[in-house]
Design a protein around this ligand. Structure first.
Ligand code: GTP
Ligand code: SPV
Ligand code: MN
Length: 590
């Protein structure tokens, strides 16, 4: 018998990493039991209270392995310029050599689990298949929640070579020997030295964004760092939107919100909370699927007041990572809505007191099956996806960006996405709270030169008969006292409602240099305690702030040299002209 491409790849991986045994995962319940037992035996995981949290686990990762490590993440193309100025680059041969040495014998004394998985609904033509070979039972347990894993994927692969292979070993967890490498030409992923989140669950950021973004450009579709939600309006019509915010900037919370306008007939349905794969369908709309089947969400800040849907979802079958735990063996984190109980154990496994800092790591996460959310859309597994009517870009900006604005057209919308900036968060290691440019929230996730990515966006706009309208939001603008001006969470539906009205050709707006901003009266604010001044400040476009921002984005764009599309330069000049006209007329009025 001739070996299949999958068998060949597994054999090659085993020859390199030298595990004691190889287990091919079928995704069955029995197998899952064994894997969870193995995870508990590893000593860094424990079961939680069976009464309040049936089938839930707490996992503690190594304290130096608690977030994605962007400085250790590489795009390995033969030409450095194809990875572009915003990616770390290694020559593919050099990367294979360097990581190969780390993988050599890395699984000695351990089991290599071979995890075949589908990203997307099993019967969707937009879905794709991957295989992760890993020595971490924690990773297998997470992949089982986050993807359609096991037999269903194995059947789809069969004897074909149509799968994205990913080799993963926790190695020795030393950051000095940690690399997350992507080989876009081969459509291959190698990750060593981390057991955490996006570094280790290779279906997520590595495949569904970095590798998939390359495939999407080659094949004429889009792989984006976007949540997908359906906004139901009175009468029951549902309008779908995709929103791209950087890590820990509110995607999961927006996608799973309990609407503050529910009694007026506005309700939010969740299709996805992190990634969207989108293709132009016969109806002329861009259709989106959620490639994942679970949510890997930020725990801190999630409570009954901010997000009751997530809290309801987390009561069973959930893996908690780096949260604190109460003496009753229930998970706990800052913002959960109850005070820290006596005898709380922090994320490192120590008895907590306030001198020890936050009890849960700021990037503590839950892994929960998507179907467990009360907000899950009836269409979340529709093979044809859902038609997208609006794209929403957004970030964490204490200043500059208003609560919401609408771009003038697709090309301007691409520019709005390309000039996105956001304060950094605990989702990646490094400084927190520093503003950085993060185009389309894809800075850490675009698998190729970002200038070519802008070009791809511009071309897609020409090809989509009914392109989504493009908006920008900012829930994080602060007042002079340093506090957030906007209440956020379930109240964000008020902004979604205005977006819906604009999509439908209603909704009052005022033209500003940066785009259409709602008139105050156009926002539904009834039932909300917010001052007139706060709303004014939230909607304000201050030309001077924007001039500074333009200077910063100009510098950012210079990195791309001639590869930057002319249209982006053009939009930059147009905005600059609109701002100076505005500034001139404002000073005349004075
Ligand atoms: P990743 O999973 O890392 O991609 O993050 P995300 O974009 O899904 O962000 P998430 O919804 O998990 O929110 C991150 C943090 O921001 C949490 O601590 C939330 O409580 C907080 N947050 C989310 N939405 C809002 C909002 O509307 N207002 C405010 N003030 N905070 C928010
Ligand atoms: C993010 O950082 O955007 C996440 C978490 O969703 S991780 O999966 O670790 O990338
Ligand atoms: Mn999220």
């Amino acid at each position: 018998m001739v070996a299949t491409p999958l068998e060949n790849w597994v054999e090659e991986a085993a020859r390199l990493t030298k595990p004691d045994q190889v287990v091919c995962c079928d995704g069955s319940d029995d197998e899952n039991e064994r894997i969870l037992e193995e995870m508990l035996r590893d000593g860094d995981s424990e079961t939680l209270n069976e009464k309040t949290h049936p089938n839930c686990y707490l996992h503690r990762s190594s304290p130096n392995d608690v977030a994605r490590t962007e400085h250790l993440t590489f795009i390995c193309t033969p030409e450095q310029d194809d990875a572009g100025p915003t990616n770390n680059w290694m020559d593919p041969g050099a990367a294979k050599h360097k990581l190969g040495a780390l993988f050599d014998g890395a699984m000695r004394g351990r089991t290599m689990y071979v995890v075949p998985y589908i990203m997307g609904p099993a019967n969707s033509p937009i879905s794709k298949v991957g295989v992760e070979a890993t020595d971490s039972p924690y990773v297998v347990a997470n992949m089982r929640i986050m993807s359609r894993m096991g037999k269903v994927a194995m059947e789809r692969i069969g004897a074909s070579a149509d799968f994205v292979p990913g080799l993963h070993s926790i190695g020795d967890l030393d950051p000095l020997r940690r690399y997350i490498a992507h080989f876009p030409e081969e459509k291959l992923i190698w990750s060593v030295g981390s057991g955490y989140g996006g570094n280790a669950l290779l279906g997520k950021k590595c495949f569904a964004l970095r590798i998939a973004s390359v495939m999407a450009r080659e094949q004429g579709w889009m792989a984006e760092h976007m949540l997908i939600l359906g906004l139901e309006s009175p009468g029951g019509k549902v309008t779908y939107m995709g929103a791209a915010f950087p890590s820990a900037c509110g995607k999961t919370n927006l996608a799973m919100m309990v609407s503050a306008l529910q009694d007026q007939g506005y309700r939010v349905w969740t299709v996805g909370d992190d990634i969207a794969w989108m293709k132009i369908a016969d109806d002329g709309y861009l259709h989106a699927i959620n490639p994942e089947s679970g949510f890997f969400g930020v725990a801190p800040g999630t409570g009954m007041l901010t997000n009751p849907n997530v809290m309801a979802a987390l009561r069973k079958n959930t893996i908690f990572t780096n949260t604190a735990v109460t003496p009753e063996r229930e998970p706990w984190w800052e913002g959960i809505g109850t005070p820290p109980p006596a005898g709380l154990i922090n994320w490192k496994g120590e008895t907590w007191d306030s001198s020890k800092g936050p009890a849960a790591h700021p990037n503590a996460r839950y892994t929960v099956p998507a179907w467990q959310s009360p907000s899950i859309s009836p269409k979340w597994e529709a093979p044809e996806g859902v038609p997208i009517s609006a794209f929403i870009f957004g970030g964490r900006r204490a200043r500059v960006a208003p609560l919401v604005y609408e771009s003038f057209d697709w090309q301007h919308g691409v520019f709005v996405g390309a000039t996105m900036a956001s304060e950094t968060t605990a989702a990646a290691t490094g400084n927190v709270g520093v503003v950085r440019r993060d185009p389309m929230a894809m800075l850490p996730f675009c698998g190729y030169n970002m200038a070519d990515y802008f070009r791809h966006w511009l071309e897609m706009g020409k090809r989509i008969p009914h392109p989504p309208k493009i908006f920008h939001v900012n829930w994080f603008r602060r007042g002079a006292d340093g506090n957030f001006l906007w209440p956020g969470y379930g109240e964000n539906v008020r902004v979604l409602k205005w977006i819906l009205e604009r999509v439908e050709g209603r909704g009052d707006a005022e033209e500003s240099p940066v785009g259409f901003v709602p008139r105050r009266k156009a926002l539904t604010l009834d039932g909300l305690k917010i001052s007139h001044e706060a709303i004014e400040e939230l909607l304000r476009v201050n030309p001077e702030d924007w001039e500074d921002d333009l200077a910063d984005s100009k510098q950012f764009f210079q990195k791309f040299g001639n590869r930057l599309p002319e249209e982006i330069r053009e939009e930059h000049e147009k905005l600059s002209r609109r701002l100076s006209t505005e500034g001139a007329s404002a000073s005349m009025a004075r």
